[in-house]
Design a protein around this ligand. Structure first.
Ligand code: FDA
Length: 321
């Protein structure tokens, strides 16, 4: 039986604490560990990392880090940042698309960074911002997928995605297998043209809405994946778990899907050798590549996922490396 990772809830709570954020981000040693999971703080860092990953035959999805914005200016700055990144990547996109492999580049967006939580008309602002990014991305041949945040935002996020898909039918979205509602959402969203990234889920969720034990989450993940693989959409299997990857390959095969009809996705810096092995075996592997200086929440969720990541961080603090 798997032992639960006891520090997970505390670390996930700390991920939302401004006080702990100030403490952790001020320690110089932190940045050395952050580098393992985040491509860098600047757009140049993101472009350089994107080139490196693309040269290895993997695809990428880039996330400009930031979340929980309650400031309109900041939400607008996030849009500007994506548009600027797109123009920096234009050459890369053009040469990539000439190679006949479209959509090796994708953007991942967090709606809470685009204004979703602004009081009053937050959803409208986020939808308008998604439109701006999708319009530019579509013209450049870049896909867009909306990340999943905590469960209080799920209804709103799916409503915004549905509205934006009227104009941008390839807009993808993330579903979190730990949420009890997700099996139904998968059934709902497994139709033609739908791109769904399935992950286990990274937030601190109550038992009323989410499975709590690893075994329940893993079983739910497989059930959701089976639904997506047997549907007519485009499943994106986001997991580092060897058993989930094996189940994905098995289910793709029994549903007659070729490697072009689904993707395996992993986070930047996690199981890199396995990502490369799968790419060499002609699987479509996409790397989630985050960059920007708002890395705190993302970094804390990575520490919460795996005791080994926390150990690495504590060792760096102790040795001040
Ligand atoms: P899990 O953490 O349960 O690990 C299972 C097994 O995988 C381990 O026992 C080990 O064998 C192997 N493994 C995991 N990490 C390893 C490592 N570092 N080295 C070696 N082996 C390792 N979450 C969310 O809530 N909203 C979102 O929008 C997204 N988006 C997203 C995109 C992509 C592309 C990915 C890959 C993940 C997300 N996530 C996410 C995060 C996701 O919900 C989840 O927290 C992490 O992927 C961890 O879950 P795993 O499925 O990897 O397995």
């Amino acid at each position: 039986m798997t032992r639960p990772y006891l520090l997970r809830p505390a670390l996930l709570q700390a991920a939302r604490s401004p006080r702990i954020q100030r403490l952790i981000t001020r320690v110089p040693a932190t940045k050395n560990v952050v580098k393992r999971f985040v491509a860098g703080e600047t757009e140049d860092d993101a472009v350089a990392a994107a080139k490196t990953v693309l040269h290895t035959g993997r695809s990428i999805t880039i996330d400009y880090l930031g979340e929980d914005t309650t400031n309109l200016e900041q939400a607008n700055r996030t849009v500007t940042q994506y548009l600027s990144l797109l123009s920096s990547l234009t050459q890369l996109v053009a040469s990539d698309n000439e190679g006949g492999q479209r959509h090796r580049l994708e953007f991942s967006l967090k709606l809470s960074a685009l204004g979703q939580l602004l009081p009053g008309d937050g959803e409208k602002v986020a939808l308008a911002n998604v439109h701006k990014i999708c319009a530019a991305a579509e013209e450049a041949g870049v896909w867009v997928t909306v990340d999943a945040e905590d469960h209080t935002t799920t209804d709103s996020t799916l409503a915004i995605v549905r509205a934006a898909r009227q104009d941008f039918p390839t807009l993808g979205t993330v579903l979190q297998a730990y949420l009890k509602r997700t099996e139904a959402d998968c059934k709902d969203l497994a139709g033609p043209g739908s791109r769904i990234r399935l992950c286990k889920g990274a937030y601190n969720e109550p038992a009323s809405v989410a499975y709590q034990s690893k075994i329940e989450v893993d079983e739910a993940y497989v059930r959701c994946m089976v639904t997506l693989m047997s549907g007519s959409g485009y499943p994106m299997v986001a997991s580092h778990d060897p058993r989930m990857i094996e189940a994905a390959l098995h289910n793709a095969a029994i549903n007659g899907r070729t490697a072009e009809e689904f993707e395996l996705q992993m986070l930047y810096g996690i199981r890199d050798a396995e990502q490369l092995r799968l790419a060499r075996e002609h699987q479509h592997v996409r790397v989630y590549l985050p960059y920007g200086d708002e890395w705190y929440g993302y970094f804390m969720r990575r520490l919460a996922e795996r005791p080994a990541n926390l150990t690495l961080f504590l060792r760096a603090l102790a040795t001040r490396q």
